[in-house]
Design a protein around this ligand. Structure first.
Ligand code: PLP
Length: 388
């Protein structure tokens, strides 16, 4: 049976053209970019070419792109970097309650170091209210960090509105755009961000490489100390194949994004509509319209998300109960709870994220399999018996 992968938000396969672009940098073009002889200059050139491609994808200047080991490092770098560089100015940070753990855990770490963090609530669609951001600002606020699109239920946040508020208040604004970059148009100037995180493996690039956009003039304490790479902003010999891979992935995303987003939106809506029609007591999580083109997150009453994932796996369909980082934990999703779902509804959630190799036949297979699986699980469910 053909395996159907519907967990592109957890990670994407590396595009064959990306692999092809990376390969020479493992073998013949292996020089250290800091070396002044030609081997080094060759790889340095490849890094700078990739930097331009990444910058072009988000409307940035290439000098403002700092390569990191991924989205987690970019988030840590942005938040700790601003916190430590600006602590004489203030110790207050505003974020949201639906951020990825890379942001939330960084904020919790800073809380233990004496910083004060405001975790903003969201409405039932998972949207942050820009007015709440405005009201939360104090004279000690040094940073606002609100994600651009949520990894679990796909809601796209009012980032540009928050950017405007941050600018008026002269407060740094970071957005975790890991799930957005390469999937929807992202422009750092339109969003009004000073810092933006991205990760290659969410846009058909390799794992272990990402980037942080740092607007010129942003005061940021370096995260890694050592050599003078990345204009002294991030020490360590560059992962040249990774950077080249991210550059190629960015280039491909730029070329293919609009057509691909349109195709995925149709498949996404077909899947969501089909699930809601065929399975009773089911609701769509996240914003019904302002959401990523590839995300369908549903809560199905009287069944456990984990049981559905395992049963789908038996039919060679990969989906998830939430973000890959929290799917090994039995805690219900903090994102769904923040949106006001009950523990039972959060436990009964299922996330499908579509991508480049998703077809209409794949969607039909899910629409055939999941109603059968749910009916079987409900027949065994003590939850259902006690509620009917
Ligand atoms: N931020 C968001 C919104 C994510 O979805 C992820 C990964 O799932 C990360 C950050 C972490 O990125 P990485 O896996 O590159 O460290």
């Amino acid at each position: 049976m053909k395996r159907i992968y519907l967990d592109y938000a957890a990670t994407t396969p590396t595009h064959p053209e990306v692999v092809k672009a990376m390969l020479p940098y493992f073998t013949e073009a292996f020089g250290n970019p800091s070396s002044i002889y030609s081997y080094g200059q060759e790889t340095k050139g490849a890094i700078e070419e990739a930097r331009v491609k990444v910058a072009d994808l988000i409307g940035a200047r290439d000098e403002d792109i700092v390569f990191t080991s991924g989205g987690t490092e970019a988030d840590n770098f942005a938040i700790k970097g601003v916190a430590y560089a600006n602590e004489l100015k203030g110790n207050h940070i505003i974020t949201s309650s639906i951020e990825h753990h890379a942001v939330l855990e960084t904020c919790k770490f800073l809380e233990r170091k004496g910083f004060i963090i405001t975790y903003l609530p969201v409405d039932k669609c998972g949207s942050v209210d820009p007015d709440d951001v405005r009201k939360a600002i104090t004279d000690k606020t040094i940073l606002i960090s609100v994600m651009h699109a949520n990894n679990e239920m796909g809601t796209i946040e009012p980032t540009a509105k928050i950017g405007k508020i941050a600018k008026e208040a002269e407060i740094y604004f970071h957005t975790d755009a890991v799930q957005a970059v390469g999937h929807i148009p992202v422009d750092v100037n339109e969003l009004g961000v000073d810092l933006l995180s991205m990760s290659a493996h969410k846009l058909y690039g390799p794992k272990g490489i990402g980037a942080l956009y740092v607007k010129k003039g942003t005061k940021l304490t370096p995260f890694m100390h050592g050599g003078e790479q990345e204009r002294r902003r991030r020490a360590s010999t560059e992962s040249v194949p990774g950077i080249v891979g991210l550059g190629k992935a960015a280039e491909l995303a730029r070329e293919e994004m609009s057509e691909e987003a349109e195709r995925l939106t149709c498949l996404r809506d077909q899947l969501a509509k089909g699930l809601l029609e065929r399975i009773d007591h089911t609701c769509l999580n996240g914003h019904p319209i302002i959401r990523l083109p590839n995300n369908v997150n549903v809560s199905i009453d009287y069944v456990e998300g984990e049981s559905m994932v395992l049963n789908l796996d038996l039919e060679s369909i990969c989906a998830s109960t939430g973000s890959a980082c929290s799917s090994s934990s039995l805690e219900p999703s903090h994102v769904l709870l923040a949106m006001g779902l009950s523990h039972e509804q959060a436990h009964g959630s299922l996330r499908f994220t579509l991508g480049k190799w998703t077809t209409e036949e794949d969607i039909e297979r899910v629409l055939d399999a999941l109603p059968r699986i749910v009916a079987k699980l409900r027949a065994m469910s003590p939850l259902l018996k006690s509620n009917r």
